[in-house]
Design a binder for this molecule. Structure first.
Ligand code: B1M
Length: 211
């Protein structure tokens, strides 16, 4: 069994301690952080997601797997960050109201910080106005919204509207992402940018802040 298959299995079994140890070993062996993340940790979480959908596992198992995955990400974090880049600006980040999924959002945060971007992380279940108020308070040019549920992605439109209502359209850019979100959806709701994964989110944010 490859180290990635083993990692995937540990994530599915929710064995946080084993995940941490194996990620550390894989890094020591020179395995690329990106590969450890995608072929090991995310692969395991994706299998859990399928089983969850098919009612083969339930919320507690998913939570335990998520905790194991987060433990692995913590060990990976230093290797994923690009290091001491200059502070190039601020981004307000959060998972939209009604949505409690934060693993993807946390990955976006790691990648943004790796580009030298200061991240004000509002956490999960964030109401639209809170994103905008925080952006104004911190003079941030980008709001980055994550949503994992088809029932919460519509809240991103409320964020776009809230930016408009505060007279900040064009001054604050809204970037959207998360598993059910697409470029087409982004355009439909009038958001400024879509990013399909955490690495692209950091590239997009950097280009906005440097423009
Ligand atoms: Co939830 N859940 N969940 N869940 N859960 C999904 C999303 C689901 C697809 C599972 C399934 O049915 N197959 C399904 C959604 C179905 C739908 O809407 N179409 C679902 C459901 C239904 C639910 C509940 C409603 C279940 C219930 O209670 N009946 C409930 C909702 C709670 C709520 O939010 N109000 C629920 C609860 C939970 C847990 C709490 C148990 C747990 C979350 C723990 C946590 O986040 N701390 C959980 C989990 C873990 C999942 C799955 C299994 C994994 C999600 C994940 O973390 N993936 C998920 C199934 C799946 O995705 N395969 C599922 C790994 C993560 C790295 O990927 O977040 O997609 P992701 O992030 C990616 C990209 O999307 C992107 O970058 C990352 C990769 O680089 N990205 C961005 C994310 N945000 C971005 C923002 C950007 C740019 C890119 O710019 C701003």
């Amino acid at each position: 069994m490859s180290v990635y298959d083993e990692l995937s299995t540990f994530v599915q079994q929710g064995r946080a301690k084993n995940v941490k140890e194996l990620v550390a070993t894989a890094l020591e062996e020179g395995k690329p952080a990106k590969e450890i993340l995608s072929d090991g940790l995310l692969a395991g979480m994706s299998i859990i997601g399928e089983k969850f959908k098919n009612n083969e596992v339930y919320v507690p198992e998913v939570l335990i797997a998520a905790r194991a995955m987060n433990a692995g990400i913590e060990v990976l974090k230093p290797a994923m960050e690009e290091g001491d880049a200059d502070n190039v600006g601020k981004v307000i980040l959060g998972t939209v109201k009604g949505d409690l999924h934060d693993i993807g959002k946390n990955l976006v945060k790691i990648m943004l910080e790796g580009k030298g971007i200061e991240v004000i992380d509002l956490g999960v279940d964030v109401p639209p106005e809170k994103f905008v108020d925080a952006a104004i308070e911190h003079d941030a040019k980008v709001i980055a919204c994550s949503a994992l549920l088809t029932t919460t992605m519509s809240v991103m439109k409320d964020v776009v509207d809230a930016v408009d209502a505060k007279g900040m359209k064009g001054k604050i850019k809204v970037m959207v992402g998360g598993a059910p979100v697409t470029q087409n959806f982004c355009e439909t709701i009038g958001a400024d940018y879509y990013a399909s994964d955490a690495a692209s989110a950091s590239d997009v944010a950097l280009s906005i802040l440097k423009a």
